[in-house]
Design a protein around this ligand. Structure first.
Ligand SMILES: [Zn+2]
Length: 312
């Protein structure tokens, strides 16, 4: 993150703390075991992730989100554990290693992943491929949005995530729909998370290919129109809402195509669109036009201006 952005985030964080009415931004609460001297650093780190998600969607997806931060212990990574709180007041519980320096905390993907979960309401526990897929798809793209990663590095990390999903292949010939439902029992986390991320990459690139906007625009519109509706949401109703907002049937059609598959989703079409070629040596990114620009837009996309309430 360059100095100008760091300054803007700092000003924005300051605005949060001054906002006693709590009309949108998250608020932070720290466990007493976290020393006072560490809290500004943690607020800056987690606030940046909240900002990146709000910047993507055009506004905070969960107003007044309650962010509780606990000591997660030493030597188990930046965020050994995190949990989304649903209910009357939504939020996230982070268990963190507060001792780590800011740069180490920022280079961990977990904060971006967890805040991404707030973009949609809780759709139930029966189809985790959808919510975990969305968060896994966005986590590295949001790190690039915050200038923690370059766009191409974000794409490379996404590709490595997909490879982890492909390599998680000890589950036999089980359709993704079933594997997702039985994810916890079968410990099929990587396969399910990254299959879900592949779904969102496929839909996002197809929307762009057809000139029908992007996933970012759909999410921005969803947050504006529907996120806070007092109703029960399921994966079915979310997919239908996303189709309606995009003016396509891509969310439904891609789901119908992927769910019966017993192998990891085929990514050749989105990879072709983004100029990505897998080789034995790793991932090659075509540096020519229009592929480079397409990858940059995948990262820098913003919600429609009319919906944007944040300045950068
Ligand atoms: Zn998650």
């Amino acid at each position: 993150m360059n100095w100008l952005k760091l300054l803007l985030v700092s000003v924005w964080l300051g605005a949060w703390q001054a906002d006693a009415g709590c009309e949108g931004p998250p608020s932070f609460e720290f466990d007493q075991r976290i020393p006072n001297g560490e809290r500004a650093k943690l607020s800056r780190w987690l606030g940046e992730a909240a900002w990146a998600v709000a910047d993507l969607a055009g506004q905070h997806p969960a107003p007044c989100a309650r962010i509780r931060v606990y000591d997660g212990g030493r030597g188990r990574g930046a965020v050994p554990w995190a949990q989304i709180d649903r209910g009357a007041r939504e939020g996230i519980r982070f268990y963190v290693d507060y001792r780590l320096p800011l740069n180490t905390l920022r280079s961990d993907w977990t904060a971006m992943h967890e805040f991404s979960h707030l973009l949609i309401p809780f759709p139930g526990n029966d189809q985790p491929w959808f919510s975990e897929g969305l968060a896994s798809y966005l986590q590295y793209l949001l790190m690039a949005r915050a200038d923690i990663l370059s766009p191409d590095e974000a794409i490379k990390r996404l590709d490595r995530g997909f490879r982890r999903g492909v390599d998680d292949d000890a589950h036999g010939d089980i359709a993704l729909e079933t594997l997702s439902r039985e994810m916890w029992r079968r410990h099929a986390y990587r396969r399910v998370y990254w299959s879900g991320a592949a779904y969102f990459l496929a839909v996002d690139t197809e929307l762009r290919r057809r000139g029908k906007g992007s996933l970012t625009q759909v999410l921005g519109q969803f947050v504006a129109c529907c996120r806070q509706q007092n109703r029960h949401w399921t994966v079915d109703s979310l997919v239908q809402a996303f189709d309606r907002l995009s003016g396509t049937t891509l969310f439904t059609d891609t789901r119908a195509m992927m769910m019966p598959q017993t192998r990891f989703p085929d990514l050749s079409r989105p990879y072709e669109y983004l100029g990505l070629v897998r080789t034995d040596a790793g991932l090659t990114l075509n540096s020519g036009s229009p592929w480079r620009e397409r990858r940059q837009r995948l990262v820098a996309d913003v919600a429609p201006p009319a919906l944007s309430t944040l300045s950068r």
